[in-house]
Write a protein that binds this ligand. Structure first.
Ligand SMILES: *[C@@H]1O[C@H](CO)[C@@H](O)[C@H](O)[C@H]1NC(C)=O
Ligand SMILES: *[C@@H]1O[C@H](CO)[C@@H](O)[C@H](O)[C@H]1NC(C)=O
Length: 291
C-alpha cells in the first residue's frame, strides 16, 4: 500500500511538474490581451473577433503600438499581419523584439515600409547585438502583403536568429561568437509592434510623402504566437537544450530553406549593409564569417 501510494504521489508530482512546465513554455494561439498590452494610443488599437485579432490605426492625430507583457530569452515569435493596402507610402509598420535596455541594446527588427499603390512593400530587417545595430538589409516582397494575412516569424536560439516571411527565410544572423562576433544571448527581449508615419525616410528614401487624404490607415494582426522562455520564469529554461526551438532542425537552415534563402537574396534583396562600401569600406566581420 505504501509503495503504491508513493508511486502514485510520484506520478502526480510528475504530472504537476509537466503541467507547470507546459504552462511556462508552451505556446498557444493567444488572444491579444493574454500576452500583450497597448503602449501607445489606446484609441488607435481596436480588438476584433473577441480579441483574437486587432486593427492598428494611423491617422493625423497618432499612430499606435503594443508590447508583450513579458520578456523572453530565446524562442520563436510569430504573427499574421495584413498590411495597409493601396497607397501606404510614408507609413512604417514594425514588428520586433527588444531588450529595452538603453546602453547595451539587443534588438531584432522587421520593418515594413509602405509604398505608392502598385509599388512593392519593402521589408527592412536589422539586428542589434550588445548595443550595436546598423545592420540593415532590405527585401522587396514578392507578393502583395496587404491583400492577405502572411506569417512573419523571428526564431532566436543559441545557434542563430532567422527572420521568416511565411516559410521563407529572408535573413539569418549566425552565432559566430567563436570568431569574436557579438550575438544576443544575455538579455531577454520583449515583443513589440508599432504603426507610425515616417515619410522623412521610409519610401524611396523620403521622396514619397504620406497622403493624408487616404487616412485613416489600417493594418491587421492575428494569431499571436510566442513560444519561449519567459523572464522572470524557470531559471534553467533558456539553457535547456531540449526546448524544441534549440533542436537539430532549428540549428541551421535545411537544404530547402537554404535554397529559398538564396532565391530571396538573388531576386528580391535590394539593399545589404554588408556590400555598402560607402558606409563600410571594411566589410563587417559578421558578413564574412559565413552562415
Ligand atoms: C517602392 O517602390 C519603388 C519603385 O518600384 C522601389 O524602388 C522601392 O524599393 C519601393 N520601396 C520603398 C520603401 O521605397
Ligand atoms: C492623394 O489622394 C487623393 C485622394 O485619393 C488623390 O486625389 C491625390 O492625387 C493623392 N496625392 C498623391 C500625391 O498621390
Amino acid at each position: 500500500m505504501a509503495i503504491f501510494h508513493s508511486f502514485r504521489n510520484e506520478c502526480i508530482s510528475m504530472l504537476l511538474w509537466v503541467l507547470a512546465f507546459s504552462v511556462c513554455v508552451w505556446g498557444r494561439p493567444a488572444t491579444f490581451l493574454q500576452d500583450f498590452r497597448i503602449t501607445w494610443s489606446d484609441s488607435h488599437i481596436r480588438q476584433l473577433d473577441g480579441g483574437r485579432a486587432i486593427q492598428l490605426i494611423l491617422d493625423q492625430n497618432s499612430g499606435c503600438g503594443f508590447a508583450s507583457s513579458r520578456q523572453y530569452l530565446f524562442g520563436r515569435v510569430s504573427m499574421k499581419i495584413k498590411l495597409i493596402p493601396g497607397d501606404s507610402a510614408g507609413t512604417v509598420t514594425a514588428f520586433y523584439m527588444n531588450s529595452n535596455t538603453d546602453r547595451v541594446r539587443d534588438e531584432l527588427d522587421f520593418e515594413f515600409l509602405g509604398n505608392r499603390t502598385g509599388q512593392p512593400y519593402t521589408v527592412q530587417t536589422n539586428i542589434y547585438a550588445h548595443g550595436k545595430g546598423d545592420r540593415e538589409q532590405r527585401v522587396n516582397l514578392w507578393f502583395d502583403p496587404a491583400a492577405d494575412f502572411h506569417t512573419y516569424t523571428i526564431l532566436w536560439n543559441h545557434h542563430h536568429v532567422v527572420f521568416y516571411v511565411d516559410e521563407v527565410p529572408i535573413r539569418v544572423y549566425k552565432n559566430n561568437e567563436a570568431k569574436g562576433i557579438p550575438y544576443p544571448k544575455f538579455q531577454p527581449m520583449g515583443v513589440y509592434s508599432t504603426l507610425w508615419e515616417a515619410d522623412d525616410w521610409a519610401t524611396r528614401g523620403g521622396l514619397e510623402k504620406i497622403n493624408w487624404s487616404k487616412a485613416p490607415f489600417f493594418a491587421y494582426y492575428k494569431d499571436f504566437e510566442i513560444e519561449g522562455c519567459p523572464v522572470p520564469g524557470p531559471a534553467n529554461c533558456a539553457s535547456n537544450t531540449r526546448n524544441w526551438w534549440e533542436g537539430a532542425t532549428y540549428q541551421a537552415l535545411n537544404a530547402i530553406q537554404a535554397r529559398s534563402y538564396r532565391w530571396v537574396r538573388i531576386n528580391h534583396m535590394i539593399y545589404d549593409y554588408c556590400t555598402d562600401k560607402s558606409r563600410y569600406p571594411v566589410t563587417p566581420p559578421e558578413c564574412v564569417a559565413g552562415i
